[in-house]
Write a protein that binds this ligand. Structure first.
Ligand code: THU
Length: 132
């Protein structure tokens, strides 16, 4: 895995984050098996609940392009913060369905330091299609 490639991609779109209300900019970069990198940012709204997180923006873009979970190998998420971001519950649920359980999730702070976890470890006992 070339984390620098993903980090550079996420950093390049971080300024585009539309974080007008929280001023908490987030960017994500997804790596696909074919080598393609797909980025996403958080997009806020005056109706706060309509905010879309960076992880979900990247994943929904990948799915829009026709990719599916088996095409995705990892995701990197970064912010301007000293601390590592902890993906929100909604994103964990979406990542649990839209990415492989063994996909790597790299959390990177503003110094470029990283912590890597496995997708499945972010949401034990997830709600899945089997529960429907
Ligand atoms: N945010 C993300 O983009 N990803 C996360 O995993 C956590 C939160 C965004 C949503 C909102 O725009 C801002 O960060 C503050 O909550």
């Amino acid at each position: 895995m070339n984390m620098k490639e993903l980090y550079d991609a996420a950093k390049s779109v971080l300024p585009n984050s539309y974080a007008k209300y929280s001023h908490f900019k987030v960017a994500a970069a997804l790596k696909l098996k074919n080598g393609e990198v797909i980025t996403g940012i958080n997009v806020e709204n005056a109706s706060f609940g309509l905010t879309n997180c960076a992880e979900r923006t990247a994943l929904f873009t990948a799915y829009t392009k026709g990719y599916r979970k088996e095409d995705i190998t990892e995701i990197l998420i970064t912010t301007e913060q000293d601390d590592f971001i902890s993906p929100c519950g909604a994103c964990r649920q979406v990542m649990s369905e839209l990415m492989p359980s063994d996909a790597l999730v790299h959390l990177v702070n503003n110094k470029g330091e990283s912590k890597t976890v496995k997708n499945a470890d972010l949401l034990p006992f997830a709600f899945t299609e089997d529960d429907l």
